[in-house]
Write a protein that binds this ligand. Structure first.
Ligand SMILES: [Zn+2]
Ligand SMILES: [Zn+2]
Length: 360
């Protein structure tokens, strides 16, 4: 086992942000953190986080929010629609960029997903799971294990692709085909589907960056409720049943659990840029941005410009100070200490020990 000193000395993980203004160091109590290596004047642009990995535009915003730059026109439908993939775009340019980014396989995958989702109204209950028990690690393992047999049957049916047997000579039976039908009869959770599809397409398109994602702080009980967990295992089987066969090797319980466990404490909300971000369009995971810890008296202001986070010094920062953002999107200014503590504990799983919380 590594001693604490070895951990403190070890180099920053893959995906950590780099700059001549700061460095990422391991700390004894709050994990990895970002520290200024020189004085930084107020308003300095400190970092650009442009490494968006998985991203979700919630279904209710899919006609209003650009699938590429998250542009929004106060709820008006955007002009460039692509009904086959289920996204809208603010311009032809955004559409082209999106197509290029997700690639041919991505376009194919979103097309089959959209075909499945579009004729079925929202079937899952809204995921407001505040205060209900979260599945424990062992229960999560059991739930995923329970999919094994059906998943294996679906894979055989899909890999044979209408033939009587797979390339490996496994004979396709009625039972294999039934497993596909059975999966498709289950309720669909469009937003969870978008989460899983986005994450696995990103993994397929950027295999060299997967370790940046894996290096993030993990949550071994990332599902908000038993319903949430069931929605994920159902989505797994849906994806096996419909996604292009090329993507099938990526669609595994291990990868899907990895997406949830890293997303849990690391994703940022994607909100409207006006009205103090009152519209919550969805969320995404930018690994480099996750290294900035929270403080209720943050010295770094973050602002989203399209798909990129801009990190600016909110005031004069001295060499050696930790660079912190707020996870409470500005609301911490009005919130009581108790409210802040509770929100941070519930949503991000930590006791805030920032200067402002320690003060009183
Ligand atoms: Zn756009
Ligand atoms: Zn605090």
């Amino acid at each position: 086992m590594e001693g604490e000193e070895d951990i403190l000395d070890s180099p920053p993980p893959p995906g950590a942000p780099t700059s001549h203004l700061f460095e990422v160091r391991h700390t004894p109590h709050s994990g990895r953190a970002v520290f200024a290596v020189q004085d930084i004047p107020a308003d300095t642009l400190v970092y650009l986080g442009d490494d968006l990995t998985l991203e979700v535009v919630l279904k209710e915003y899919r006609r209003e929010v650009c699938g590429e730059c998250f542009g929004y026109d106060r709820g008006r439908g955007l002009s460039v629609r692509d009904a086959s993939v289920g996204f809208v775009f603010c311009s032809q340019d955004c559409k082209l960029k999106w197509c290029e980014r997700v690639g041919e396989l991505g376009v194919k995958t979103w097309t089959v997903v959209q075909t499945l989702v579009k004729d079925r109204s929202k079937e899952d209950s809204d995921m407001v799971d505040v205060g209900v028990p979260r599945p424990k690690a062992k229960e999560i393992r059991i739930a995923w294990e329970a999919t094994t047999e059906q998943a294996a049957s679906i894979r055989i049916a899909r890999e044979a692709d209408g033939d009587k047997s797979t390339d490996n000579g496994v004979k396709v039976t009625k039972q294999h085909r039934k497993a596909v039908q059975k999966a498709l009869m289950q309720p669909i959770s469009p937003d969870i589907m978008a989460f899983c599809v986005s994450g696995l397409l990103w993994k397929h398109n950027n295999p060299q960056d997967w370790d940046r994602f894996v290096a993030l702080a993990d949550d071994d009980t990332p599902y908000h409720s038993y319903d949430d967990l069931r929605a994920f295992t159902r989505t797994y089987l849906h994806m096996l049943a419909i996604c292009p066969v090329t993507l099938l090797p990526h669609i595994t319980p291990e990868n899907l659990f990895m997406l949830s466990s890293r997303d849990s404490h690391n994703s940022f909300g994607i909100r409207s840029l006006e009205d103090e971000g009152s519209e919550f369009f969805g969320y995404g995971c930018w690994p480099s941005a996750s290294y900035f810890n929270h403080s209720c008296g943050n010295n770094i202001e973050k602002q989203r410009v399209g798909r990129v986070w801009h990190f600016r010094a909110g005031r004069y920062i001295k060499q050696g100070d930790e660079l912190c953002i707020t996870y409470l999107s500005g609301e911490e200014r009005q919130m009581s200490k108790g409210k802040r503590m509770k929100t941070l504990k519930t949503n991000w799983g930590f006791e805030c020990q920032c200067e402002r919380c320690e003060e009183m």
